[in-house]
Write a protein that binds this ligand. Structure first.
Ligand code: HEC
Length: 126
């Protein structure tokens, strides 16, 4: 009788432990940092590639190294969310880049988060 109880306890302990390690694995497969999960390449291709190439000028300028030329990172977020608004505000850099690209109006992307824009820029730097 004792042997049976002992075996039963052993079995329960074993399954409890096995289950726990399974749970841990499940948690690890969901990335804690959502930035890592954003696919910059995919976003770039879906939203920007019709007008931009990372290294070649197209309808819009090549995006590689863009951070070094623009006034600051916030400027990029604002411009991607609503370029017309930035140009209309009289921002000198925006007016110039608009003029130098034949006055083509860039599409507005109000729904892209700053993190998604970061992921797109990171992809363009690769
Ligand atoms: C319809 C074409 C078009 C699409 C689509 C487009 N852009 Fe643009 N983009 C332009 C043009 C043209 C310019 C130059 C400024 C202007 O004319 O307004 C520009 C300028 C920029 C600039 C400033 C470049 C510099 O040299 O200072 C950034 C940054 C930028 N785009 C990012 C993006 C991102 C990110 C996406 C995708 C989410 C995107 N653009 C989608 C046409 C486009």
């Amino acid at each position: 009788m004792r042997k049976i109880i002992f075996t039963a306890i052993l079995c329960i302990t074993f399954f409890a432990c096995a289950n726990e390690s399974k749970n841990e694995k499940n948690q690890q497969s969901t990335p804690a940092n959502s930035t890592l999960a954003i696919d910059g390449k995919n976003l770039f291709q879906a939203n920007c590639a019709s007008c931009h190439h990372p290294t070649k000028p197209m309808t819009g300028p090549a995006l590689k190294g863009v951070l070094a030329r623009v006034p600051n990172k916030q400027w990029i977020y604002d411009f991607v969310h609503n370029s017309t608004k930035v140009i209309a505000s009289g921002d000198e850099y925006a007016l110039n880049v608009f003029k130098n690209n034949g006055g083509v109006v860039m599409t507005n992307f109000p729904n892209l988060s700053n993190e998604e824009i970061d992921a797109i820029l990171n992809y363009c730097e690769e």
